[in-house]
Design a protein around this ligand. Structure first.
Ligand code: FES
Length: 420
């Protein structure tokens, strides 16, 4: 056994390294209406929430509309003339109509479809039909679109629904800011997006994507031999660390993985492309710079496959050998959530690249579907538990930390207390 193998096979408890207890954890937060309402108030109305990448709004005038599921808020996010990214409530200050019906577009002004009040993309009200018939008490300066606190960190656009956020985005990100800072997000302008409404609590769904214990079972036929091996048959994590209220884990990759010759499509895609199969690293200079970041394969393990960086409460930024992808889980109610996964991929420069990309998308789509298909059974069982608790093992440390943080936020009187 090599030193690296000894390091992760014989390492100490990750859970203790997080400073967490090893006791069973309650299942009630995964189905209780009361807990859902508490989360809405204490987390989703106080935490900074990721809404989109800045690349979705590349130029002044670009806008997107995002539903903040569960809260009832619809956010209109604009790239203003002044070059700032700013979110507003997509609600007209006249009588409340939705102002923008499209989900994305480009416009320097927005005109409410109901009575045609018109707003700059800075939110300022600039046009009111038959303005003279309103009353002198109405001050146009106070009738612009209502702002939502917005900040951007390295291309990640966040909003905060508190009237006055208690902490800024940088303080909120805490150690995650320095840890992840400076990653070269390749292909960030070119996502492949899948969305779904899931019959599962948002945490049930999120938990399924922050542990690898299930891989040899749920994904036996698709990626079982990619993430597990003789050496590590249960796909134990190779590393994990807390980042304040956030966290990161690193997954095992089987260095002995070879393409099954019966899998002719994958073999064809990889032909003549050493190191560029759908699971291996892209050998381009840009991919090499991407992987050089200290947060990507932080232990520099030859057994590494990918990292999962979980930004509280509901964003996963996953980094692999040559690219990144995100998962996001928006609570709709205590038993339903909205799921979005985005795979960011550079444009292909050859037919073979394109072929490989399509193959990658099909394969990961299949793997994600295996996870999603299992969720409703997990949720049903959680609601039907005779004991009311779950027993987590060491490789499920991210679930333990995530739930511990959720519970902490629901009890904390202030955001600073939740982040402490
Ligand atoms: Fe928008 Fe009347 S509700 S102009």
């Amino acid at each position: 056994m090599t030193a690296v193998e000894q390091k992760f096979m014989g390492r100490g408890s990750l859970t203790e390294g997080f400073g967490l207890s090893t006791e069973p954890l309650p299942l009630e937060p995964y189905y209780s209406r009361e807990f859902f309402e508490l989360e809405q108030k204490m987390i989703f109305r106080r935490a900074w929430l990721y809404v989109c990448r800045a690349e979705e709004l590349p130029e002044p005038g670009n806008f997107v509309v995002k539903s903040i599921h569960g809260t009832g808020v619809e956010a209109l996010i604009t790239h203003t003339k002044a070059g700032r990214i700013q979110a507003f409530y997509n609600s007209c200050p006249h009588r409340g109509s939705i102002v923008v019906k499209e989900s994305a577009g480009k416009a320097s002004r927005f005109s409410c479809p109901y009575h045609r009040w018109t707003f700059e993309n800075t939110g300022d009200l600039v046009g009111v039909p038959d303005e003279e018939n309103f009353f002198p008490s109405m001050d146009k300066k106070n009738c612009g679109l209502a702002k939502i606190a917005t900040d951007v960190w390295e291309g990640w656009v966040f909003i905060n629904l508190a009237a006055e956020p208690e902490v800024g985005l940088e303080e909120y990100l805490g150690p995650a800011k320095g840890y992840l800072g400076g990653i070269l997000y390749r292909g960030a302008h070119n996502p492949v997006v899948y969305t779904a409404v899931l019959d599962a609590n948002w945490k049930t769904a999120s938990d399924a994507f922050i542990e690898s214990y299930h891989i040899p079972h749920i994904h036996k036929k698709t990626i079982g031999t990619t993430f597990a091996s003789r050496l590590n048959p249960y796909s134990r994590l190779i590393g994990a660390r807390p980042l304040g209220t956030h966290r990161t884990i690193s997954l095992f990759g089987n260095p002995e993985y070879t393409i099954d010759p019966r899998n002719r499509v994958e073999a064809l895609g990889s032909m003549g492309q050493e190191g560029k199969s759908v699971i291996a690293a892209d050998v381009s200079e840009e991919a090499t710079r991407f992987r050089a970041h200290p947060a990507i394969n932080p232990d520099r393990s030859e057994h590494w496959s990918m990292d999962i960086n979980q930004i509280f409460p509901h964003l996963h930024i996953d980094t692999g050998p040559g690219s990144f992808w995100t998962h996001q889980f928006w609570p709709i109610d205590e038993k339903t959530c909205f799921y979005e996964v985005r795979f960011y991929i550079d444009e292909a420069t050859s037919i073979q690249d394109r072929f490989l990309q399509e193959l990658f998308i099909c394969r990961v789509g299949e793997v994600v579907l295996e996870d999603l298909a299992n969720l409703r059974f997990t949720q049903r069982g959680i609601e039907n538990s005779g004991k009311g608790v779950m027993h987590l093992q060491d490789s499920e440390v991210a679930i333990r930390h995530a739930l511990t943080q959720v519970i902490k936020w629901t009890r904390a009187q202030t955001v600073k207390e939740a982040l402490a």
